[in-house]
Design a protein around this ligand. Structure first.
Ligand code: AMP
Length: 213
């Protein structure tokens, strides 16, 4: 049996932070569609050029682009024993495509739930390393040295889409296009809800209780 963990939830619920910690602990590779897209933007690849306006304004990148990108990524043998998915699927169309590539018996979907006001506040305090992508929170997960990444020494920046106006847009997009996945996975009996407003330690222990991995 493969171990596939899908992290579902609004922006700022903790998918990226939780995903990167569990990926190390469980030695399962992490696939973050947002990270792959940002890498493409940085390198100005064909995908990056097409995706830029959507990523920067908080809209979803069109399904065809993201689905092709993820399908290609998943064809790598490193994902054969399982993986953690952060940020994909984000639409019903993407979920249907993901169904074709996976067996639902292998999948656990963790829905990290949090309220809008909480998310706006948390994202305003989020910083990321511009070099390695490590995620910080100025109060809860601060770097040892202000403005500098603990892991690689890179510069910490605020994502352009973490500005409040863009965050509000992303929350609206989430409700319209991604939240329907909650029902979709509930009906398949593979959805587990976890409180995303809890501290990191409790959130991680909840997830581990559910997965038993
Ligand atoms: P994230 O890092 O998951 O917050 O993603 C950042 C941005 O990348 C999103 O606001 C979207 O513009 C884009 N993105 C990431 N994953 C997807 C996806 N599965 N489908 C469409 N757009 C995506």
């Amino acid at each position: 049996m493969k171990k596939i963990l899908v992290l579902l939830g609004p922006p700022g619920a903790g998918k990226g932070t939780v995903g990167s910690i569990l990926s190390k602990e469980w030695e399962l590779p992490l696939i973050s569609s947002g990270d792959i897209l940002r890498e493409n933007l940085k390198k100005e690849t064909e995908i990056g050029i097409k995706a830029k306006k959507y990523v920067e304004s908080g809209e979803l990148v069109p399904d065809e682009i993201v689905m092709e990108m993820i399908e290609k990524e998943l064809s790598n043998f490193i994902y054969n024993a399982g993986f953690i998915m952060d940020g994909f699927p984000r639409t019903i169309e993407q979920a249907k495509m993901f169904d074709k590539l996976t067996d639902s018996n292998d999948i656990k979907v963790i829905y990290l739930k949090a309220d809008d006001d909480f998310l706006v506040k948390r994202l305003s305090l989020r910083r990321v390393c511009e070099n390695c992508g490590k995620i910080y929170h100025l109060v809860n997960i601060p770097p040892v040295k202000e403005g500098i990444c603990d892991v690689c020494g890179g510069k910490l920046i605020q994502r352009v889409d973490d500005r409040e106006d863009v965050v509000r847009r992303r929350l609206k997009v989430y409700k319209e296009q991604t939240a329907p996945l909650i029902k979709y996975y509930k009906e398949k009996n593979i959805l587990f809800m976890v409180n995303g407003e809890e501290n990191l330690k409790n959130t991680l222990s909840e997830i581990k209780k559910i997965t038993e991995w």
